[in-house]
Design a binder for this molecule. Structure first.
Ligand code: PMP
Length: 452
């Protein structure tokens, strides 16, 4: 049996209707280097989406690979309860030092709690926030405010604060009840209205919800600047600025889920920096290990940490755990990845790449079936619609985005659209020529997908 047959006999793939594989079997990758994946027949695919946004500096990066290999020879894993190790401590120090702080350190993140992926980082933040209020004697706070079109992961707590019907519909009865606020997503702004004005206007309903529900709300959870899984929908930092001030005013936590946008994706190291705010909880994962190993981290404040600190008998400890919490190999991969930001001016270089991505996609603004080409830093999204003037989407059953996906594969570019939103979120080692190739293949795919 070849690998595909063996796969079909035993594997169940994530985020996949397995029947689709009858017509388009999974591609067997045997190695990868830089932005290129190579399949079992030697065919190459440019990884335009950083393998679900985890890869920052290319596949099989020699520095990260060497760091993980060295670590594997000394200590592969030890439980982090009752024990500690250099990689976990050094990474916590590093993350705290680089985390977004507010002017004059009004709010600072000083503690790192490890999880093992993005969803579990979100679970940790939700539980910690709720538990903080409870430890403080405020048992009325049991709810969360989350945004429309949000995505925070697929475990039940993370799914509850998410808002994408595709992922949550089937599980409705299992999910906690969340207060939903309108999204600041600028796709829906009026013609001629700027991003700043629109996002500021969209903050108003949330301001009212906060005033009305502050007594029962633990935290507001958001994806700063880009709602990624929700179709790479983008908004202005003014929204974060106002949200931070409003949360402070009414005594509600702010959870910033930077699982997807952290580590330079939006142009700054963390998206929160663009609004000069610091959250009460910062959730990190994905790019944290450069795409090598599963690791999550939640950074929080002294204030939160202090509410859990006391005599064991007081029963205020945070007893949450995952077996692989703070895994040494993953922490080492993260340290090596963050080290690469020190070696060269990555964010500066990304500005050049971002400009090239803008130029390479500029012609699509006028395409009759492109509603919008939008960009925040290293993320570019192209939204296909049936009717450009009224922004009427294609019926989802037509799966137009999938036509682009299939075309991309035939031309050696991995584009995995979110519905009818084609996007680029490449590793930072992509060249300008590769950006142009990516845009050319996407354009061909869009032509094909919108031809009739
Ligand atoms: N939060 C955000 C903003 C995400 O984009 C994702 C994953 N796409 C998650 C959380 C969940 O991360 P994971 O897939 O590692 O559980």
């Amino acid at each position: 049996m070849d690998l595909r047959e063996r796969d079909r006999a035993v594997l169940w793939h994530p985020c996949t209707q397995m029947q689709d594989h009858e017509r388009l079997p999974p591609i067997a990758i045997r190695r990868a280097h830089g932005v290129w994946l190579e399949d079992e027949h030697g065919r190459r695919y440019l990884d335009a989406i950083s393998s679900w946004w985890v890869n920052l500096f290319g596949h099989a990066h020699p520095t990260i690979s060497a760091a993980v290999c060295r670590q594997a020879q000394d200590l592969e894993h030890v439980l982090l309860a009752g024990f500690t190790h250099e990689p976990a401590v050094a990474l916590a120090e590093r993350l705290i030092e680089m985390s977004p702080a507010e002017p004059e350190n009004k709010k600072r993140l000083t503690r790192c709690f490890y999880a093992d992926n993005g969803s579990t980082a979100v679970e940790v933040a939700l539980k910690m926030s709720f538990h903080y209020w409870r430890n403080r004697g405020d048992t009325r706070k049991t709810r969360f405010i989350a945004l429309e079109n949000a995505y925070h992961g697929e475990t039940l707590g993370a799914l509850a604060v998410s808002d994408l019907p595709l992922y949550r519909e089937s599980y409705g009865p299992l999910l906690m009840d969340v207060i939903r606020a309108p999204s600041p997503d600028c796709y829906h702004r009026k013609p001629g209205e700027g991003w700043g004005a629109y996002s500021a206007r969209r903050f108003e309903p949330l301001a009212r919800l906060l005033e009305r529900h502050a007594d029962e709300v633990c935290a507001v959870i958001i994806e700063p600047l880009v709602q990624c899984a929700g179709g790479m929908r983008m908004y202005h930092p003014v929204y974060l600025e106002r949200l931070r001030a409003a949360c402070d005013a009414v005594g509600v936590h702010l959870i910033a889920d930077e699982v997807a946008v952290g580590f330079g994706r939006t142009g700054s190291m963390f998206a929160c920096e663009q609004a000069a705010v610091s959250p009460d909880f910062l959730c990190l994962s994905k790019g944290l290990t450069g795409g090598y190993l599963a690791l999550g981290a939640v950074l929080t404040t002294d204030e939160v940490y202090g509410a859990f600190y006391g005599d064991f008998a007081s029963r205020i400890a945070f007893l949450h755990s995952h077996s692989y919490t703070g895994n040494p190999l993953a922490c080492r991969a993260a340290l090596a990845t963050l080290g690469l930001f020190d070696e060269r001016p990555v964010l500066e270089h990304n500005r050049l790449l971002a400009r090239t991505m803008a130029t390479a996609t500029a012609h699509l603004h006028d395409h009759p079936h492109v509603a919008e080409v939008r960009q925040t830093g290293m993320i570019v999204a192209i939204e296909l619609v049936k009717d450009k003037v009224h922004r009427v989407p294609y019926p989802w059953q037509e799966r137009r985005g999938r036509i682009v996906y299939v075309h991309g594969l035939s031309r050696g570019v991995l584009l995995r659209p979110l519905g009818d939103v084609i996007y680029f979120m490449p590793p930072y080692v992509i060249t300008e020529d590769e950006i142009r190739l990516m845009a050319e293949v996407a354009t061909e795919g869009i032509e094909r997908a919108t031809a009739e």
